[in-house]
Design a protein around this ligand. Structure first.
Ligand SMILES: [Mn+2]
Length: 321
């Protein structure tokens, strides 16, 4: 598949790059690494996103090139990165539908294979790690690509702690480190993001924690989720993850018009992609999400009873070994 993509890159002159709505480290790192790669190959490249770039990612090289005002123009190819479904490209989808060939590069298990060329590998922890292989094949790397790829790998592996982190991840990172990467400053830019008020807000969420009878499933809810420059979802999950022996973590956020956003995380056994899929969403086995057309209480009732039944079917979740 990688050879097919290289062929397509070589034979095309202009590219539209995009990713999913609510961009984060892997999405932006992927886009900007590919942006740099293609400009080094003398291609015409535009990066269009549904959203603006969150403040915490403004240190990424070439981040100023990301646009969210889409202009009508023709492209030979569209490269869609870290995006499981074309509809997740949001308002970029229209522009995408007009390109001659869509290259879909992603690691979501829920990917719908919407591209003309689909390189989807759910066994890899980040799209940025996949792109390293592409750079290696093309023999293109510099400090800008390295910083973008490092950031995506770092964020999508939960700072190299998730099960998807393996020897290959560390081999790639060790090669990227040759390009003057400073893990301490990157971590600070990405994670030291809270104001005192945010910690109060997080403590409110944590105060709402509930558990199932076996203390394997834990969930929290928030009525006034604050949409801001930076997303506190991962911060809340990182606190929930401090709990010993809990397998599934769920966060319910009330949205406008009686909708509820639900995020799922799991540790070892529960496939939360399947859970999210049941409710019309998707993602990865260990991290997923969906939006349910119901109130906070309604969504909580439905999701928790489903997850309890689903988890009960898994032997190790019943405390048997
Ligand atoms: Mn990703």
């Amino acid at each position: 598949m990688i050879n097919k993509i290289i062929e397509k890159i070589k034979s095309s002159k202009s590219f539209l790059i995009t990713s999913h709505m609510s961009v984060e480290g892997d999405a932006l790192g992927s886009e900007l690494a590919v942006y740099r790669l293609l400009t080094k190959l003398q291609k015409r490249v535009v990066v269009y996103n549904h959203d603006c770039v969150p403040e915490i990612y403004k240190f990424l090289p070439f981040v100023a090139r990301v646009k969210n005002h889409i202009r009508e123009e023709a492209f030979d190819a569209g490269i869609v990165l870290d995006c499981s479904d074309s509809s997740r490209a949001g308002k970029v989808k229209d522009a995408l539908s007009k390109v001659k060939c869509i290259i879909n590069i992603d690691h979501h298990i829920s990917n719908t294979m919407f591209g003309d060329i689909n390189w989807v590998d759910a066994g890899i922890g980040s799209t940025c790690q996949m792109l390293y292989a592409l750079c290696e094949k093309l023999r293109i790397m510099d400090k800008h690509i390295a910083l973008n790829l490092y950031t995506g790998i770092f964020t999508d592996t939960g700072n190299f702690t998730y099960a998807s982190t393996n020897g290959e991840t560390h081999r790639v990172v060790s090669n990227l480190m040759k390009y003057n990467i400073h893990p301490d400053t990157i971590d600070e830019r990405l994670h030291s993001l809270c104001k005192p008020h945010d910690l109060k807000f997080i403590s409110e969420i944590i105060a709402s924690l509930k558990f199932d009878a076996h203390k394997k499933i834990c969930w929290a809810r928030i009525r006034h989720w604050e949409e801001k420059e930076y997303d506190l979802t991962e911060v809340v999950f990182s606190i929930m993850r401090l709990l010993n022996d809990v397998e599934v973590f769920i966060l319910f956020k009330a949205c406008e018009h009686d909708k509820t956003r639900v995020n799922f995380r799991s540790r070892h056994v529960v496939d939360v992609n399947k859970v999210a899929k049941f409710f019309g969403g998707g993602g990865h086995k260990r991290a997923s999400g969906t939006t349910i057309e119901d109130t906070l209480e309604g969504a909580e009732r439905k999701v928790i009873s489903f997850v309890k039944r689903y988890a009960n079917g898994i032997k190790s979740m019943r405390g048997e070994n």
